[in-house]
Design a binder for this molecule. Structure first.
Ligand SMILES: *Cc1c(COP(=O)(O)O)cnc(C)c1O
Length: 394
């Protein structure tokens, strides 16, 4: 949570006082419907669906694309586990792909991993860093696969002037506590594809019983049994305020990242900031230093810790494929008849060293979080401390 203030509290109070916490009571005038319209507009998409988490948004996106048992979905080896788990949740098989030096999914490896079973690819814009979307969209077009952008960590970022999440066939966002804008737990899906959207809509609300009652008369597809991923009015009220803060939050994070990049680019040839696929579109949530060797990165982290500077390796808790136990155990669900690994005719061999480039990059890259509350003086101290530590490493 970057900023949470009085405005959110006021919005919660107002909504509370209406006595309606369900998104359907007020129909198109509900707080959730208002948030969806504002969010779609801000992200440059024609449809948006607010849901209860980023994971739910991923599942709805895959459902919307018609992904199911036997299908393969290509995902990067560096992402939060939810990306892989959402693929398993719809009964499909996650195929793990390398990242490149930009920390995004490696287009060359996507091409290599495409099979006759591939239905979709999920590029993940980790820490607000845009993936190489032009290469990915070209590959997807040529191979006739769908693109679901995981922009859980990249709300408001862009690539080539287009918002992240709006470039692929659909995009998802998370509003959990750690994300750029947040309501504690929440998520959203955006898409310009009306049929994809309607399938996602049905899935998020148990087959849209509420729509059947006349709240959304525009469903053109047959119904099916879905889940409940609805967002409450209180959380939507928080999100409407958070969305208004988005530009300021991004401006502040980007400013700080720009300063760190300027000051720390040429300290030593053995280390450089991660080069973004679109430095203007980068959200600026983290500044990454990439070392030539693991040993140098470890030394840097060790010296930083001694000086009480908070740095981190990107492969912490669940963010790297080698941590995703359900994959290695081939346990894709609670019951074999719903388990993607039992249903599929072809299951890849998952090994903990199957993406060596990803492992190497994550062990040579150290992150420093930007902070909306850090002032200029603190930033001066931080950058000169880091400069000193780099010199000590070499
Ligand atoms: C946070 C996150 C998710 C899942 O979002 P939740 O709201 O926690 O379900 C998915 N993908 C990535 C890359 C994330 O960082």
């Amino acid at each position: 949570m970057y900023i949470l203030g009085e405005e959110e509290l006021k919005a919660v109070e107002q909504t509370f006082k209406t006595g309606n916490l369900d998104r359907y009571v007020d129909g198109e005038n509900s707080v959730t419907a208002k948030f969806e319209r504002e969010f779609a507009h801000k992200m440059g998409s024609s449809n948006s669906l607010a849901v209860s988490s980023g994971t739910a948004a991923l599942i709805c996106g895959l459902v919307g694309m018609g992904v199911g048992p036997g299908d393969e979905v290509i995902i990067p080896g560096y992402t939060y586990a939810a990306t892989a788990l959402a693929v398993l949740a719809v009964g499909a098989i996650p195929v793990i792909t390398e990242i490149d030096a930009s920390m995004g999914i490696d287009p060359i490896d996507i091409q290599r991993k495409i099979s006759v079973r591939t239905k979709a690819v999920i590029p993940v814009h980790m820490c607000g860093l845009p993936c190489n979307m032009s290469a990915i969209m070209d590959i997807a077009k040529n191979s006739n696969i769908q693109v679901l952008e995981d922009a859980a960590q990249a709300c408001g970022g862009s690539y080539g002037g287009q918002r992240l999440g709006s470039i692929g066939h659909a995009g998802i966002f998370s509003f959990n506590h750690y994300k750029i804008i947040s309501c504690g737990e929440g998520g959203a899906l955006i898409t310009n594809d009306n049929i994809l959207f309607q399938n996602a809509l049905l899935h998020h609300d148990g087959g849209c019983i509420h729509e059947a009652e006349g709240n959304r008369p525009d469903i053109q597809i047959p119904t099916f049994a879905g889940w409940n991923f609805r967002l409450t009015e209180i959380l939507s009220a928080i999100l409407r305020v958070q969305l208004k803060r988005l530009d300021d939050i991004l401006a502040s994070l980007r400013d700080e990242k720009r300063v760190l990049t300027e000051r720390l680019s040429d300290v030593h040839e053995g280390v450089r900031p991660v080069i973004s696929n679109d430095s203007k579109g980068d959200c600026g949530t983290a500044f990454f230093l990439q070392f030539e060797s693991e040993k140098q990165a470890n030394l840097f982290a060790q010296y930083s810790e001694q000086q009480k500077i908070d740095v981190w390796f990107p492969d912490y808790s669940g963010h790297v494929y080698s941590d995703w136990e359900p994959l290695f155990e081939k346990r894709g669900a609670h019951h074999p008849a719903r388990d993607a690994f039992c249903i599929a005719q072809h299951v890849p061999d998952y090994t903990r060293d199957m993406c060596p480039n990803t492992t190497s990059i994550l062990k040579r890259t150290v992150g420093i979080s930007t902070d909306v509350n850090r002032d200029d003086r603190e930033l001066d101290v931080l950058s000169s401390d880091i400069k000193g530590i780099i010199r000590k490493v070499f």
